[in-house]
Write a protein that binds this ligand. Structure first.
Ligand code: CLF
Ligand code: SF4
Length: 527
């Protein structure tokens, strides 16, 4: 597609983009898998990849474990309205963009209301295992409200993992308090390790009772972030680093960020695309700063292979999100609805339900391992050919969604012996009220334009034709099969067709990352 620029890893390392060049993804690192088919690292890692104490912390955290996010839910409470820095991709009318898509407004809560809401959600959604405070400003710029909420939840909901997200400026002074309330997971947004880069992203900070600007501000922010990260690591708190990828400003630099945070013990690195629209009213949006294309994002993530493990399933949630990642049930838990609910926080019932979820997750995990092991033992040589395949799924690890019902597609990178989840693409719903919205089709095609095929449980004639014309093969013969098995089998047939000359293998182009507010129809206002 001509509207997107391509950028290679070499160009990224040299700090420049190269329009017109197609990226060859780096093999190995976080995306590689062992012979047994298990993940070697990254958020796809399993119990054999880490010490048991760490596995306990991540196994049912939907952000720290890619597999867990299909089964376990998180919720956020928006108790932290103020912020102590300015980011050029943020408009304070909306939620903190470090953990949410710009343009989203959450309902602000007092700690009292927040605790009530968490207990109500926990009684209705027993697989909700994590409570996060991620804004709408910065959690640590509102320490009294943040820690009062955590203190009370630590007491009243002991089985819920506590999670905090911060820009890091005030982090060092609150590490003791973070440990006091057993907050085992902390996200720090780190967009730079060089204040010269930082000054282009963060124009000022509020520090020592005054506003500090420019290089001095970026230098202080950088030092506080690094110090806070080191302190958390030394105390055994798991850290995830969020970085917003801003083309032309910190794209190549994020490779250095990845290396530096790994050195300081970060558990995961989540590189998120800048979402930049003029209507969001941010400095970057108004200045026309664009976000990355799908391949540009993937190129930076792939270039970080071998560094800090990567998270690739982030959905850029809102500050009052409730539910599985990718779904939002916050509308079901407004304050007036909670007032009418009978809240019974039944620990035994929650544990029993989670045991059931865990058994289902293990069965799916085994199916995935088996499919990958089978592919690993196959006779076909791995000639290095890799393609991307989009999958429509409602969960359970299966190809089980109608094309028209998909609001996002999971993306797998498939080779002769490997099938690796590399991200997802949000799209607008094609099918509404029983008929297809043909004007949505071009945007869906653009969102998966770098894929060779899309696997769905069913698809109508019109989208089938349009996808085929765009060079994306619509495939519905794997309905209700496990994803890894399906994509590997499809790829094996693809290679056979190429080998006998029935089709010619051609590299695909790039894909667009969805910028605007979601307008699907599942109750999500904007995400
Ligand atoms: Fe929330 Fe963040 Fe904790 Fe997760 S989200 S505070 S670590 S519980 Fe998760 Fe949402 Fe991405 Fe954040 S998908 S935006 S990474
Ligand atoms: Fe906005 Fe979050 Fe940055 Fe504060 S830290 S300016 S709330 S994006």
């Amino acid at each position: 597609m001509s509207h997107t620029a391509f950028v290679s890893i070499g160009d990224l390392r040299r700090g420049k983009a190269a329009p017109g060049r197609v990226v060859e993804a780096a093999a190995g690192g976080c995306s590689t898998r062992g012979a047994a088919g298990k993940a070697s690292c990254g958020s796809s890692a399993g119990p054999d990849d880490m010490p048991p104490a760490i596995w306990e912390k991540v196994k049912n955290h939907p952000c720290y474990s890619e597999e867990a996010h299909h089964h376990y839910a998180r919720m956020h409470v928006a108790v932290a309205p103020a912020c102590n820095i300015q980011c050029n991709y943020c408009n304070r009318k909306y939620d903190c963009s470090n953990e949410s898509r710009p343009g989203v407004v959450s309902q602000k809560l007092t700690p009292d209301q927040a605790v009530k809401k968490v207990l109500a959600v926990a009684s209705e959604i027993p697989q909700m295992t994590v409570l996060g405070i991620a804004g709408p400003g910065d959690a640590l710029a509102n320490p009294a409200r943040t820690f009062e909420t955590f203190r009370r939840l630590n007491e009243h909901a002991p089985d819920i993992k506590l999670c905090l997200s911060t820009n890091g400026l005030a982090l060092p002074q609150y590490v003791d308090e973070i440990c006091r309330y057993d907050i085992d997971h902390v996200t720090i947004t780190i967009n730079m390790v060089d204040p010269v880069v930082g000054a282009k992203i963060h124009p000022w900070i509020f520090w020592d009772h005054r506003r500090v600007t420019g290089l001095e501000a970026a230098q202080i922010l950088h030092e506080q972030q690094m110090k806070g990260l080191e302190m958390l690591t030394s105390r055994g708190v798991l850290t995830k680093i969020n970085s917003v990828l801003i083309p032309g400003i910190n794209d190549a630099h994020l490779i250095d960020v990845n290396r530096e945070v790994k050195k300081r013990g970060a558990f995961l690195h989540n590189i998120m695309p800048l979402i930049s629209e003029p209507e969001h009213g941010t400095v970057f949006g108004l200045a026309g700063q664009r976000g990355p294309s799908a391949q540009e994002l993937k190129a930076v993530q792939d270039a970080c292979a071998g560094g800090a493990n990567l998270m690739r399933h982030c959905r850029q949630c809102r500050a009052d999100a409730v539910g599985l990642l990718g779904e939002d049930r916050s509308d079901e838990f407004t304050l007036d609805r909670i007032d009418r609910m009978e809240v019974v926080y039944d620990l035994d019932r929650r544990r029993a339900y989670q045991d059931k979820v865990e058994r289902e997750r293990q069965a799916q995990h085994q199916a995935k391992v088996d499919a990958l092991a089978e592919a690993g033992n196959a006779d076909a040589p791995d000639d290095g050919m890799r393609v991307l395949v989009a999958v429509a799924t409602e969960g359970h690890g299966k190809v089980n969604q109608h094309f028209g019902h998909a609001t996002e597609f999971q993306i797998y990178e498939v080779g002769a012996r490997s099938a690796v989840f590399v991200g997802h693409r949000r799209v607008d719903l094609y099918c509404r009220g029983g008929y297809g919205e043909d004007e949505q089709l071009p945007s869906i095609v653009h969102a998966i334009g770098d894929c060779h095929a899309v696997l769905v449980s069913k698809i109508g004639a019109c989208p089938r034709d349009e996808l085929t014309a765009a060079g994306i093969e619509p495939v519905d013969r794997y309905a209700h099969e496990f994803i890894e098995r399906a994509v590997l089998d499809w790829f094996s047939h693809y290679r056979q067709r190429v080998a006998r000359g029935a089709i010619v293998h051609q590299p695909r182009g790039d894909a667009r990352i969805r910028q605007g507010a979601y307008c699907g129809g599942t109750g999500v206002a904007a995400a």
